[in-house]
Ligand binder design. Structure first.
Ligand SMILES: C[S@@+](CC[C@H](N)C(=O)[O-])C[C@H]1O[C@@H](n2cnc3c(N)ncnc32)[C@H](O)[C@@H]1O
Length: 256
């Protein structure tokens, strides 16, 4: 069970109507991503970039079916890279973590291509369907906060609209956590979105660039690929890039 960031989170979400939906244009759906209350719960505490949704906010969006980020299938770029083999598991039993997995379309696509998947999300109800689907494919769903998550290290982290969903104040802690969750030589693959969205605009989704992610992953991180996606998700307002970075066991800046 994920602990609530604030005791009155649930009461707040049940009694307040959602404020005006100002962020809708980021996704195809004009309702936007998640609209937190200005005095709603924050993780990271400073409310950078506007109010920050907590677990109950995300859960409420799924309960209401207001999930404009959900593509209804795996991201086309991930599908392309899985079918082309560039994101193939490096060995039998190779493990991938999917933080902020949502309904898990990407997680299932990865599992079908031979990855042993751990799909992680703060919304436990997502595990009802996704947990069953992944169990059939040798994976599992975990309800939890990615910033506190601990497990055996992974070969790959696949991040699709997770980094842009968290409080910008949590980016550095996530970068450290991600580094600890990767094996030496492990890969962090990210769908970088919304690329080019000014930091002054509210989120989530908070604007991000490949550099924002690389900065928090630290000096041990080597860029393998940082390119515009070949296959965009339909109707997203902002550009998307594909970033693939390798996390080394030794600091790249240190002498061998
Ligand atoms: C924009 S959605 C993306 C979902 C999925 N990756 C997709 O593309 O459909 C962000 C997801 O991150 C989850 N989430 C937000 N903060 C989280 C955290 N700290 N730890 C784990 N999951 C989180 C939300 O519940 C939500 O499912």
């Amino acid at each position: 069970m994920v602990k609530a960031r604030s005791a009155d989170t649930r009461a707040w979400i049940q009694t307040e109507s959602w404020p005006s939906l100002a962020w809708g244009a980021d996704f195809a759906d004009p309702r936007g991503m998640v609209t937190p209350s200005e005095d709603g719960p924050t993780r990271g505490g400073d409310g950078a970039g506007g109010g920050v949704p907590g677990p109950a906010d995300w859960a409420e969006r799924y309960r209401l079916g207001e999930t404009p980020w959900d593509l209804g299938g795996a991201h086309p770029e991930l599908s392309l890279r899985l079918s082309g083999g560039s994101l193939a598991p490096p060995r039998t039993g190779a493990r991938v973590l999917v933080p902020g997995a949502g309904r898990g379309h990407d997680a299932v696509a990865l599992a079908r291509r031979g990855w042993t998947v751990v799909a992680l999300d703060v919304v436990g109800s997502l595990g009802e369907d996704l947990g069953t689907a992944l169990a059939r494919l040798g994976g599992r769903f975990v309800e939890g906060d990615a910033l506190d998550f601990e497990d055996e290290p992974f070969d790959l982290i696949w991040d699709h609209t997770f980094f842009c969903a968290i409080n910008p104040a949590d980016r550095e802690p996530w970068g450290r956590r991600a580094g600890e969750l990767l094996l030496p030589g492990g890969l962090y693959a990210a769908l970088v979105f919304p690329f080019g969205k000014p930091a002054s605009e509210e989120g989530p989704p908070h604007g991000m660039s490949s550099d924002d992610l690389l900065r928090v992953l630290g000096a041990r991180t080597e860029v393998i690929e940082d390119v515009e996606v070949q296959r965009r998700a339909p109707a997203r307002r902002w550009a998307e890039r594909f970033l693939l970075a390798r996390r080394h066991g030794l600091d790249l800046a240190s002498p061998a």
